[in-house]
Design a protein around this ligand. Structure first.
Ligand code: FES
Length: 147
């Protein structure tokens, strides 16, 4: 099987069977984001305790790239310290810029590497990651204000 076909299969699997879909609850960190280029929206919720992402869920409508990216992202960050989740976001963004990245670190997310060649679709792939970064800054603000 060609690598491209394998990548396509991974993307379609996450699109058709998204992991971690739904909502956590009112007390979770919640970020609503809209992709300005198409109007598609995502809601990301994180449960963070002691700096660790205990749960991550999303809801939204979008193209196969945005949904599979959100699905893989939630899979990748669950159980990780928030700082590590943010480092992963940096690595993912670097991959979208076409930079050489440690694919070991990215795991399945490597399947989205080809998106970097289609500038119009990069926003689709990074939507969920932007939501993660926004959620992390909410967590930071809460911390600054003493929770
Ligand atoms: Fe809307 Fe990709 S086309 S998120």
């Amino acid at each position: 099987m060609q690598l491209d076909d394998l990548y396509r299969q991974v993307i379609m699997d996450h699109y058709q069977h998204p992991r971690n879909q739904g909502e956590i609850g009112a007390d979770a960190l919640t970020v609503d984001l809209r992709n300005p280029s198409c109007g598609d929206e995502i809601r990301l919720q994180l449960q963070v305790a002691d700096g660790v992402v205990c749960d991550a869920r999303f809801r939204g409508a979008g193209c196969s790239i945005s949904i599979s990216s959100a699905s893989m992202m939630t899979e990748a960050i669950k159980g990780k310290p928030l700082a590590e989740a943010l480092a992963l976001a940096q690595a993912f963004r670097a991959m979208m810029r076409g930079e050489a990245v440690d694919v070991e670190q990215l795991g399945e997310l490597e399947a989205l590497q080809g998106v970097s060649k289609f500038p119009a679709r990069i926003k689709c792939a990074t939507l969920a990651w932007q939501a993660l970064e926004n959620a992390a800054s909410l967590a930071g603000l809460e911390h600054e204000h003493g929770g």
